[in-house]
Design a protein around this ligand. Structure first.
Ligand SMILES: [Zn+2]
Ligand SMILES: [Zn+2]
Length: 238
């Protein structure tokens, strides 16, 4: 290695890091000092490089190195968290553990919150919902179901699962949006690179808007997009 360094026209120097410090850490119950870095939060990092035209004796592409310090890949600030359920260390990029117990706990909490939300909102009858909304959103299945096919959908689920009970479902109304084009925005975009005082009259803008509205109306069916409206629930009844 030394040979290669010299042959590449480089010189090798060693920097001694003489660094003494006491780091104070305030840890919570499930936190501990990182084993990888000993709590420093940093580690020696390799910054390898090669030299164009220089062929290393063992064919290594980036044989040279300017080592420095960088953040420890295992922890933040020298601290690791241990999962209270599986007792394993939690990976650096995760805020909570990915084990089954933790996942189940999270799912249970979300379910409880969803139930609470559901209990609070006003509700309309299924009949009313089917008559007034093109689609309904079934939260339990994360599925949008067309109102005119809703009964078929329920039948299908009944066939699939003998325990399926539509009365347990959290069903929401939806709102529908379709394509909209703003004449003012289009004119503003188109005028961006024109001279400073370039202007289109209000009347002409309105004319264009009327045309766009008509065009959007004619093309609405292909662009209709439904969003779950979780402000109103639907009570299932046979
Ligand atoms: Zn560390
Ligand atoms: Zn865990």
């Amino acid at each position: 290695m030394v040979n290669d360094v010299l042959q590449a026209g480089l010189r090798s120097e060693v920097v001694e890091v003489d660094f003494k410090a006491k780091l104070e850490k305030h840890l919570s119950k499930n936190e501990e000092i990182c084993e990888n870095c000993g709590g420093l939060g940093m580690k020696v990092d390799n910054n390898v490089f090669g030299i164009k035209g220089y062929k290393h004796s063992k064919g290594i592409t980036f044989p040279f190195n300017n080592q420095s310090l960088s953040f420890c890949p295992s922890c933040y600030n020298g601290i690791r968290k241990r999962c209270e359920h599986c007792n394993k260390l939690i990976a650096k990029s995760w805020t909570v553990c990915n084990c089954e117990t933790t996942r189940k706990q999270k799912a249970d909490k979300e379910e409880l919150e969803a139930k609470k939300r559901w209990n609070k909102i006003p509700k309309i009858s299924l009949e009313n919902a089917l008559a007034n909304y093109g689609m309904l959103y079934v939260e339990d299945f994360d599925e949008y179901v067309a109102s005119n096919a809703f009964e078929d959908w329920v039948e299908y689920q009944r066939d699939e699962d003998e325990f399926f009970d539509p009365k347990d479902l959290r069903i929401y109304i939806t709102r529908c949006e379709s394509i909209y084009l703003s004449a003012a925005d289009i004119i503003e975009n188109a005028s961006e690179d024109l001279h400073e005082d370039a202007e289109v009259s209000n009347e002409a803008t309105e004319q264009l808007q009327n045309f766009l509205d008509q065009w959007c109306k004619e093309n609405s069916s292909e662009t209709q997009t439904y969003y779950a409206d979780e402000s109103t629930g639907v009570i299932y009844s046979d």
